[in-house]
Design a protein around this ligand. Structure first.
Ligand SMILES: [Zn+2]
Ligand SMILES: [Zn+2]
Length: 358
């Protein structure tokens, strides 16, 4: 008896949702088909690094997996973006804030090639990761300068460090990776310090750089920053971390060299994508440079009061199909039919990516 009514409500909802979210990121099932786009996700893993890359050929890559408490977060993030396998994994160097979460990722996600530098660390975390890799029957490929991971169809993934056999500091063993798609280049520095920066040869210009060592001033030397000439610099760093990362001097150095700086402590997860010529950046929260400059287009206002999805933990308001709405932990998820203004008065903030508005 109620079926036609329910059906009408369903149709109305579908219409509303699609109308309300024109500028929000496409849901996973659409994105999987959206090949030809390189999409780099600098996942917010607190003090640590985890970068998930959707390659334009449909393959996937993970560079680091955050500290031990973040493995599940990283695996969930990958799955929620519609992927169940990783073609390439890079564990840049054996520090826990980079490899700690890797064990959980390997348990949750099918893995292809795994690259690690020839560095040894006498830590439990490192040994457990090696055990896990062996148990999964995966083979470790050596990460070092000169390794080509993938080439073809306008896409090239290369390693440009480490250049030496031995270093006194584990950070300098960091695998430094470039992903080049047509005319756009991304550079991932791991925790490489100035010593390693000075060993990089060739043209190291990059449009987007994952800043080395969480923005500490052991990295991002002036001559390196000047050579990279980045348009966007992403610092993966934990809010209120005990190392006082990032260094204000380093942030200023990248900005003065012309880069817009994103920080996962202030912006949450940052996503930078490219079709090979363009670059589009979006982020979960907060502001970067001049307001709204680098965020997704504003979605058209919904005709009728929408039902917002709320994260009661981070106090964020999302469109229901915003990618961050799908990642809210069950206990923190709520819905509300109130207006954005009413919710803001209650202490909620609009998501910086889907930009909910009445
Ligand atoms: Zn680190
Ligand atoms: Zn490190």
């Amino acid at each position: 008896m109620k079926k036609p009514v329910l059906r009408l409500i369903f149709l109305l909802l579908v219409t509303l949702l699609s109308a309300g979210c024109g500028g929000a990121p496409a849901p996973p099932e659409q994105r999987q088909e959206a090949q030809g786009v390189l999409r780099v996700h600098y996942i917010d893993v607190g003090q640590g690094d985890a970068t998930f890359i959707e390659l334009p050929n449909g393959m996937t890559m993970l560079i680091d997996a955050g500290d031990v408490g973040y493995g599940e977060t990283v695996a969930d993030y990958i799955r929620k973006n519609g992927h169940t396998s990783l073609d390439y994994i890079v564990a840049t160097h054996p520090h826990a804030d980079h490899i700690g979460g890797m064990e959980a990722v390997l348990d949750a996600i099918d893995a292809g090639d795994i690259y690690m530098p020839r560095a040894v660390a006498a830590t439990r975390t490192y040994e457990k990761l090696l055990d896990k890799i062996a148990a999964k029957g995966l083979e470790i490929k050596t990460a070092r300068a000169g390794v080509n991971v993938l080439a073809g169809d306008g896409l090239s993934i290369d390693m440009i460090a480490p250049n030496a056999e031995e270093y006194s500091d584990l950070n300098n063993y960091s695998a430094v990776v470039t992903v080049t798609y047509e005319s756009v280049k991304f550079l991932f520095m791991g925790d490489a310090e100035i010593l390693s920066e000075n060993e990089l040869s060739g043209d190291i210009r990059a449009d987007v750089v994952k800043v080395g060592h969480h923005g500490s001033d052991y990295s991002s030397g002036q001559s390196f920053v000047d050579k990279v000439k980045a348009h966007y610099a992403v610092i993966s760093v934990g809010e209120g971390n005990s190392y006082d990362h990032p260094s204000p001097d380093v942030v200023k150095r990248w900005e003065e060299a012309g880069a817009t700086v994103y920080r996962t402590d202030l912006n949450g997860t940052v996503i930078i994508s490219s079709g090979g010529a363009d670059i589009e950046a979006s982020y979960e929260t907060g502001q970067v440079g001049s307001a709204g400059e680098a965020s997704d287009p504003v979605p058209p206002a919904a005709e009728t009061a929408a039902v917002w999805v709320l994260n009661t933990g981070t106090k964020k308001i999302h469109y229901p199909d915003c990618r961050f709405a799908s990642q809210i932990k069950e206990g923190n998820r709520a819905k509300s039919g109130k207006t954005v203004a009413e919710l803001e008065a209650e202490g909620f903030d609009a998501c910086g990516i889907c930009k909910p508005r009445d």
